[in-house]
Design a protein around this ligand. Sequence first.
Ligand code: TPP
Ligand code: MG
Length: 363
Amino acid sequence: MRRFPAFDPPEYVEWKADPAVVRAFRATIEQNPERAKIVAALSTDDKLELYAGLLRARLHDIQLKRWVRTGVISKAWLGTGEEATTVGPVHALERGADIVAPMIRNAAACCEFGMPIADMLRAYLATADSPSAGRDLHVGSFPHGVLQPISHVGDMVPVITGIALTFKMKRERRVALTWVGDGSTKTAAAHEGTNFAAVQKVPAIFILQNNQVALGTRVDQHHVPADFTDWPASYGIWGGGCDGNNVLDAYAATALAAERCRRGEGPAMLVAATFRMGGHATHDEREARETFPADLFKQWGKRDPIGLYEEYLKEEGRTEAELARVEARVTAAVERAAEEALASRARMPPGESAVTGVYGNGR
Ligand SMILES: Cc1ncc(C[n+]2csc(CCOP(=O)(O)OP(=O)(O)O)c2C)c(N)n1
Ligand SMILES: [Mg+2]
């Protein structure tokens, strides 16, 4: 994809494929027969849709960053480098039936479930026609099956468990999914919700998104085992690891988890290994780069989920021209969405509207 020197992490600007890392990307999928089978069943169009999803996520974030730099908004929370951890799992679910609860870094779940990008951007502009009528930049859309995140991290776990319990009680073959950051695993809500999901055997999927940091706290400062390998088993939940920078691995792992859920076999927890290439938000990018040794950024920079997937697609026979067509389509859609959202600034909510529409009946 086109790179953006003004907005991309330095490691992405002159991104070049490292052959060993590209080989490892493919090996990750091929070494697990169950996941390999799911990937083999994907059509060319499916694979290109996953590519479009990754691009949409990245370009949505770049649009927000452009607005921060030009003073349109003051701050944005981005998922740079973690796009595959959001896009892969959402594509493995059923649009119109399943429910997802993204955290702020998983905003791309919204457009992958069909919410207009313009509405996602409007949330940041707080326009009267934005999803929460200007109240909150946490964005979701219940009609699209996407819950609006609760700011308090960990709290979506019991919410998603409750929704999954409803599916179970109504004998519906639906699945509820949320992401839990490495830091958020330390909240009481995440623990209670995960344990309740386990004992009730509800059809919930928890993607434990280990991007190795919680705000400014490195994972080794808040978590004692070296990783989260033992976490699913400690709750008695089926699960395992997946490569959070490999959209196909994240997709296939979630597809298997969803099949189990639909068969009534209980919840799943997938530990997605990834890395936050930016700051907690746009305000602390410099500090974030001081949180880890530069070499770690270099290492994970080579693992750009978009660059690696492009290499995989090319090996699969997709041409540069085909990929460029997808990129042109997504770029045009994001640009159009940004224009639409900016036009909505003519409709800002009056201050007093903050106290209406809080309860039912518009009161
Ligand atoms: C209960 C609660 N405590 C603290 C915060 C402030 N806070 C917002 S995001 C965040 C870090 C979350 O880290 P992690 O779960 O690893 O997610 P990441 O930001 O890395 O995606 C914190 C501490 C909060 N929103 N909610
Ligand atoms: Mg984290």
